[in-house]
Design a protein around this ligand. Sequence first.
Ligand code: PGA
Length: 228
Amino acid sequence: MKIVAGNFKSNLTRSASMEYLTALDSMLNTEMCRNKDIYIFPSNTSLVQNNYKHITLGAQNCNDSDSGAFTGEASLLHLQEFEINTILIGHSERRNIFFENDNICARKFEYFKSHNFKIFYCIGESLGIREGGKYLEFLESQLSFIDTNYKNLIIAYEPIWAIGTGLNASVEQICECISHLRGISNAPIIYGGSVNENNSNDILRISDGILVGSASLDINKFYKIISD
Ligand code: PGA
């Protein structure tokens, strides 16, 4: 089974997301999804009931609380209202723009683990760390904060220098990191960073799946990635 996930980030309004999800769900069929698990992470204001036939909805971010005084944050109850039990934690944009460090990511991980969520836990090195040569140690240190034996864990390896830059890591670079990570965890390991309809097949061959940002915003590109 391969994982194909789309991260809409802060794009597509609620109505555009609903239109997209309804259209994609009707374009997909059971045969196409026999070997692929399809996930979409819309913005939190675009979350809807998680009852599509071929697509599982997840949250891009959520506070580690049932509810409460956390201005601007969604809490568990907001996800449960839509029967959402999949979440992205530790995306590099959360880490770098919103200052979520390893401790915050680990706290969220523990919380959503205790609620049995499927957790896509993102890790990845910056260009500086890659060039310094110690990127495998860095990835290992990011994972040292969480329980890598958690049964509902999916590790998303997303080198920061490849996200939204059009620069995807080479197959050799991805293979090196994935094989290192396989020595640490039995969780599925997916890759993200400038995945598109032209490179998705090569990457799917050497990984357990892909996390697609900008190319997922175009339904035809994302459909091609799934159906190829
Ligand atoms: P990208 O984003 O495909 O636009 O590089 C990937 C991600 O951030 O998950």
